[in-house]
Design a protein around this ligand. Structure first.
Ligand code: BMA
Length: 328
């Protein structure tokens, strides 16, 4: 049992499986993977890279469902246990007062973050190319779309779960309009969730599994040792991109300052459902649940751009690993 490192709420019903004895790493996969099959909806080609949060004693989320036309859409879902999901077959139709912004082109890779009094959703939103869409909901039924946070091209917009220095703070990864062969994580601030500035560099790609580009994953988890940021890193092999999972600790008050960062990956595509699918060799984390009482963390990630998977870690073990295997 960990001493309390996580600065947050207790989540006694967090999905959880004990670490198998044969597991050598600090992150282990659910035996139930993939927890969401690609065809859960009658019209889904794939359900992956999706975001889950605690909601009214149970769980809710926003899911990336590419349909059989291969249109990338966002769907709302609810679950009693975080494992079995009821996903609305109808995509989210955002309420937006400005038709220019509200004209839906595509949406993918959502993140959901509770801040103060509502759940914010950020996602890769089509607006003359990919950029960061922002919306909020109170009930996972009605979603109100706000201004896009940044100019195109940008992806992997991830909010911090509280204001820092009085400002909303978001990580993002400026990109190009295609399958970007580069990418650093930046940090931006906003007084109102509409106007973003004070952009700071956080970290760059750095060798091996994270040599080509990196992008923030789940909402950062506040710990006594810094913000725990789980992220993806990409290697370019002779057979294309390989997406793995790593983690960093960021300064709590100046989160663009990286305190530690893993040199080895935490999870790389090795299981069939990560290696074989619409895009092979992809492990893409987008959400994490954390129980402050026990230090348990459940990470939701996409497998091979096709299915949704779950992995587990323990905060004390993970933080020790990040510090003991850091490249910073
Ligand atoms: C990125 C995004 C992700 C995807 C990844 C691997 O650019 O499109 O949604 O998981 O590529 O294909």
């Amino acid at each position: 049992m960990s001493s309390k490192l996580i600065l947050g709420e207790a989540l006694p019903n967090i999905p959880w499986e004990e670490k198998p004895e044969r597991c050598r790493g600090v992150v282990w996969r659910s035996e139930k993977n993939p927890i969401i099959p690609r065809d859960l909806l009658p019209t889904s080609n794939s359900i992956f890279n999706s975001a889950v949060v605690p909601y009214k004693g149970q769980f809710a989320g926003v899911f990336r469902c590419d349909d059989t036309r291969r249109v990338m859409q966002l769907h709302s879902g609810k679950s009693k246990d975080g494992l079995h999901w009821e996903i609305d077959p109808e995509p989210i139709h955002f309420v937006c007062t400005d038709p220019e912004i509200g004209r839906f082109v595509y949406g993918y890779d959502p993140r959901v973050c509770w801040i103060e009094d509502r759940y914010y959703v950020t996602w890769c939103n089509g607006y003359h190319g990919p950029t960061i869409g922002v919306a909020y909901t109170h009930d996972f039924e009605t979603f109100y779309q706000m201004e896009n946070a940044f100019l195109p091209f940008n992806r992997n917009g991830v909010l911090f779960p509280r204001r820092i220095g009085g400002k909303y703070v978001m990580l993002s990864r400026p990109s190009d309009s295609g399958h970007t062969p580069f990418g650093d994580i930046f940090c931006s601030e906003s007084p109102d969730m509409v106007h973003w500035g004070c952009h700071r560099h956080v970290m760059s790609p750095r060798g091996s599994w994270q040599a080509t580009k990196i992008g923030a994953g789940p909402t950062p988890i506040e710990t006594t040792e810094g913000w725990l940021l789980i992220y993806h890193g990409v290697l370019t092999s002779c057979n294309g991109f390989v997406y793995s999972m790593g983690a960093a600790l960021l300064d709590r008050e100046q989160p663009w300052k990286v305190l530690y960062r893993t040199e080895p990956y935490l999870l790389s595509p090795q299981k069939l459902y990560e290696c074989v699918g619409d895009v092979p060799n992809v492990v893409f984390p987008c959400a994490a649940l954390a129980d402050a009482d026990t230090g348990r963390i459940a990470i939701y990630y996409g497998g091979a751009d096709t299915v949704t998977c779950l992995a587990f870690t323990q905060a004390d073990e993970l933080i020790d690993f990040i510090k003991g295997n850091s490249v910073v």
